[in-house]
Design a protein around this ligand. Structure first.
Ligand SMILES: Cc1cc2nc3c(=O)[nH]c(=O)nc-3n(C[C@H](O)[C@H](O)[C@H](O)COP(=O)(O)O)c2cc1C
Length: 173
């Protein structure tokens, strides 16, 4: 059976921590791929992909954090045709401090994938989340799983495990 690639970044923070939890839950069916040094060729190897991304603010991404791992990898995303590929996304954010931009980058990534013909699974209802605005809400639901390790870490396990139960059959598990 083909493996699931868990493409995640940045290294060492909350996204990394959650990516490891996803890998532990999926076991041998999945491999971790840090986006730091990943390329189009790495993406093309997988028909099943889980993306993990955090939102660190558009201004910082464009300026002093221009070396951000995802800022470098995002152009690679758009070079791939995802026809026949199943993808799911989880996104780390902070619903208190950044309530106007909650998990925005998950939305940017999701839109890019949809434009490139991906079958995006694992959309999540906004019920149970408090925030003012989010680019990750597409057609009334989150395009992936929002997680807030800064202000709601106690909810991560439950949110993650119910999301994984939902997406597993989509990945043939
Ligand atoms: C400079 C900065 C900007 C941030 N901007 C946002 C934001 O716009 N929206 C959001 O939901 N979270 C924002 N956050 C919160 C992070 O997404 C959150 O802390 C996340 O868990 C970081 O994950 P990481 O450690 O994997 O990078 C920001 C954090 C920092 C430090």
């Amino acid at each position: 059976m083909s493996k699931i690639g868990i493409f995640f970044g940045p290294l060492k923070g909350s996204t990394n921590k959650v990516a490891e939890k996803v890998k532990t839950a999926l076991g041998d069916a999945a491999v971790l791929v840090p986006v730091k040094n990943a390329t189009v060729a790495d993406l093309e190897k997988f028909d099943k992909i889980i993306f993990g991304i955090s939102t660190v603010g558009k201004d910082t991404w464009d300026s002093e954090f221009s070396s951000n791992e995802w800022a470098k990898f995002l152009p690679e995303i758009s070079k791939v045709d995802y026809t026949g590929k199943t993808v799911a996304i989880f996104g780390l954010g902070d619903h208190i401090t950044y309530t106007q931009n909650f998990v925005d980058f998950m939305g940017s990534l999701g839109k890019e994938l949809i434009n490139n013909n991906a079958n995006v699974v694992g959309k999540v209802s906004t019920e149970g989340y408090e925030f003012d605005a989010s680019e990750a809400v597409i057609d009334g639901q989150f395009i992936g799983l929002p997680l807030d390790e800064d202000f709601e870490p106690e909810l991560t396990e439950e949110r993650l495990s119910s999301w994984l139960q939902k997406i597993k059959p989509e990945f043939g598990l």
